[in-house]
Design a protein around this ligand. Structure first.
Ligand code: ATP
Ligand code: MG
Length: 405
């Protein structure tokens, strides 16, 4: 029996389905992103079938491998659901056998139902009859399990499409959103902390190509935070959510600021400098916005006054997708994303460097601008961008621009 029926993963993408005439662009983007994720996996081909993507797996692919693939596909932006199952002949006895096999691959369950559909009336058995025939076959095979029409633990889906039947039971929700590459490009300020990777991921999930910029305390601190950021980027890369990072050594500039500026304004001044450098890189990359992991009131720099004083440093819009999110919720998201453990490690970055005892929580813009005249910001920005190290990650929709410097 094994090998006779081709194993498939079916990818459902509801939100794209709603996008009207952009639909085919999004579908093509999604196919490319999924193909990139699956390069190296035992995949024969990926086809669009009746508003889904069907990933055909190589003969002999084990259930464990197929399930692991389905789980990783579920994390790709733009995917609503991924199901594991089989393609077989449009023949009811065979379809019943395959349904038994598909159900056997589900995790523990007590109740189930069959949901059959045909999208060609040239298949003579209608969906009601298919439900009955395959339902009773499953009842014979699983006498200890119960059929339940409303909210069963598992639904065995039987779809007769074109010249084949697709049958699946194991199904997992995807992260939703839009395929990366369908909403432009953004520049994300990426610390090695818990919040900013989640903020970046949220923009990637809405289809933006995300480029990270990390400010390390080098040469005034070690480069530990840079390694953590690389580890974080590798997690985000698994689902195509990050294209590249710029690593900027900020330590010397911070030291200078600490020497010449009022201590209470240091944090704001560091942050304005970070924003300005990020904006410059954004322009080089053609990115349309900055993104941070700020959450209102979480720390001293995240008050309305201070947010205003940092936003004033740049022209580009600054997105803060976590502004209304509680820390515990952010932690849960970071755990689901797989970055929490990495972010929980302590590493000195530019945030821990030259911190004043009493940072200003309600910075007034005139005082900030006055303090900023004590150093040559434009030259610093040029030098910092020049000193940035670039790391590239797999993101199929990203085409690097040539550096114009
Ligand atoms: P996170 O957990 O993301 O580090 P946080 O709660 O520690 O956030 P802050 O240190 O005030 O808060 O940083 C606020 C935001 O500023 C971060 O989410 C990030 O977007 C940006 N940021 C802070 N430090 C850095 C850094 N060293 N490099 C790049 N961006 C940074
Ligand atoms: Mg931080």
């Amino acid at each position: 029996m094994e090998g006779q029926h081709q194993r498939v993963c079916l990818i459902h993408y509801h939100e794209i389905g709603l996008k009207g005439r952009n639909r085919s662009v999004f579908e093509k983007r999604l196919v490319k992103n999924v193909e990139a994720l699956l390069s190296g996996a035992p995949v024969v081909t990926i086809h669009r079938i009746s508003g889904r993507l069907c990933v055909f797996l190589k003969e002999g692919t084990s259930f464990e491998v197929a399930a692991a693939l389905a789980d990783s596909i579920a994390g790709v932006p733009g995917i609503a659901r991924v199901s594991c199952g089989y393609k077989c002949e449009r023949e009811l006895v065979e379809m019943g056998d395959v349904a038994v096999k598909a159900l056997s691959e589900c995790d523990e369950f007590e109740t189930f139902k069959v949901h059959a559909r045909r999208n060609h009336t040239d298949f003579e058995t209608d969906s009601m009859e298919m439900n009955q025939i395959i339902g009773s076959r499953l009842c014979e095979a699983y006498p200890q399990k119960k059929v339940k029409m409303k909210d069963p633990d598992v639904t065995v889906v039987v779809e007769v499409i074109q010249n084949a039947a697709y049958i699946y039971a194991r199904s997992k929700r995807g992260i939703g959103g839009l395929p990366v590459g369908s909403s432009g490009k953004v520049m994300c300020l990426l610390s090695s902390g818990i919040d900013s990777p989640v903020a970046l991921w949220k923009l990637a999930r809405r289809g933006a190509i995300c480029i990270g910029v990390h400010f390390s305390g080098r040469p005034q601190t070690s480069d530990e935070s840079e390694y953590l950021v690389d580890d974080i980027a590798r997690v985000l890369e698994k689902t195509g959510c990050i294209a590249r990072t710029y690593i900027v050594p900020l330590g010397d500039c911070q030291k200078q600021i600490a020497l010449v500026a009022p201590p209470s304004l240091r944090v704001i001044l560091y942050r304005r400098l970070m924003f300005k450098v990020a904006e410059r890189i954004a322009r080089l990359e053609g990115a349309g916005a900055l993104v941070t992991g700020e959450s209102l009131g979480q720390v001293a720099s995240q008050t309305l006054d201070n947010i205003r004083a940092t936003d004033d440093a740049v022209e580009l819009p600054v997105f803060r997708p976590l502004i209304g999110t509680d820390k515990l919720e952010i932690i849960e998201e970071a755990q689901r994303l797989g970055t929490f453990e990495i972010s929980s490690q302590d590493a000195p970055d530019c945030c821990t460097l030259f911190m004043p005892r009493n940072p200003e929580t309600h910075a007034k813009l005139p005082a900030v601008l006055e303090a900023e005249t004590a150093y040559d910001l434009e030259t610093w920005i040029d030098d910092l961008v020049e000193a940035a190290e670039i790391h590239d990650y797999a993101c199929p929709s990203y085409k690097p621009r040539k550096r114009v410097d």
